[in-house]
Design a binder for this molecule. Structure first.
Ligand code: TK8
Length: 332
């Protein structure tokens, strides 16, 4: 009798085991893409994210990185993340504003005097508000990384004053506020995707552009741009975005691992980006390029020249976004 029971239990246990699909846990693949080189702080931030996420998930996640515009420029990468053809993308905030207008807030000239102000804005209520707005365009914001303070370069003349800007054919990102800024300052701006920029500068279809020192150095713009001015006219972040369905398809535990890995990578990337910004400036000087440092009066003249653009921001963004902007500007 005993032997019979034992046998029955064994048969039942075997049947149970076979009926529950004992799949090996599937590895979750995250494809992440961006438009800069492998030397950029942006790419190193993704390398860090990959390392931390693969390690802390014990291989339950695998991250594949696609730098250098391999999968397209900012606009294409954002569309790919929206459609789910790509899980994660990094685009500068300026072209992203073409998808969600409240990101125009970051394009207000001279909005941030330093990184502390920029990080407080991104990590505070404004940043969270902007990420919430991404949900309606099928995206989730994972973190704000540094693209950096933008500087003016050109092949025509040394720029120290607003008058010096007059008539410069300047490439801007595909963003109406950047266009308005340089038009107001007297340049002749035109929008262009980042991937076309070096050739346009080399063939003199464009006289100038504006980017952080890292891009000016890594993408060799300095080779065809003899004049460099540290203008710091705008600070642009890299919002790191993920496809909405991909994100909500993750378990709470997996979401937590991704968020904590992103948190580590964000702290690492911001610190590295600042170091690389200084390093790029030193490399530009070593390459024989002078970095024109503006005096306080010269900088004030640029701020004054740009002020109509700041005042016009109200028409560009939602009332809630404008309130967050004006609360920030009027903070004590
Ligand atoms: C790279 C761009 C770049 C940006 C620009 O994909 O377009 O000038 O500063 O970093 O996002």
């Amino acid at each position: 009798m005993m032997r019979m029971c034992k046998k029955m239990i064994l048969v039942l246990a075997a049947a149970l085991l076979l009926s529950t699909p004992c799949q090996a846990a599937q590895t979750i693949l995250i494809k992440a893409a961006h438009g800069l080189t492998e030397f950029s702080g942006l790419h190193q931030g993704f390398v860090k994210f990959k390392e931390v996420l693969e390690a802390t998930s014990n291989g339950e996640f695998a991250v594949e990185l696609y730098p250098n515009q391999q999968l397209g420029g900012d606009r294409e990468l954002t569309e790919a993340a929206q459609l789910g053809n790509l899980a994660v993308a990094a685009t500068t905030s300026a072209p992203l504003a073409g998808f969600e207008k409240d990101f125009f807030i970051f394009d207000v000239p001279f909005m941030f005097a330093n990184r502390t102000e920029a990080f407080a804005f991104m990590d505070g209520e404004p940043g969270q508000f902007l990420f919430k707005k991404l949900e309606k365009i099928n995206l989730v914001g994972l973190g704000f990384w540094e693209n950096g303070f933008r500087n003016l370069t050109n092949s025509r003349k040394a720029v120290r004053t607003v008058e010096d800007v007059r008539g410069i054919k300047l490439r801007t990102m595909e963003n109406p506020i950047h266009l308005a800024l340089w038009k107001t300052l007297g340049a002749n701006p035109a929008p262009m995707a980042f991937g076309e920029l070096f050739t346009a500068l080399q063939q003199k279809h464009m006289d100038g552009q504006e980017n952080p020192f890292g891009q000016i150095y890594d993408n060799k713009f300095y080779e065809v741009q003899p004049f460099i001015t540290r203008s710091h006219h705008v600070y642009t972040p890299f919002p790191i975005i993920i496809n909405n369905e991909f994100w909500h398809g993750l378990s709470p535990a997996h979401k937590e691992i991704v968020q904590s890995s992103m948190k580590d990578a964000t702290a690492y990337q911001r610190k590295l980006a600042e170091e690389l910004d200084d390093k790029a400036a030193a490399n530009l000087r070593r390459a024989g390029r002078e970095i024109i440092e503006l005096t306080t009066e010269q900088l004030d003249a640029f701020r004054k020249g740009a002020s109509p653009v700041a005042q016009a921001i109200k028409e560009r963004v939602s009332p809630e976004a404008f309130k967050l902007y004006s609360d920030y500007v009027n903070r004590k």
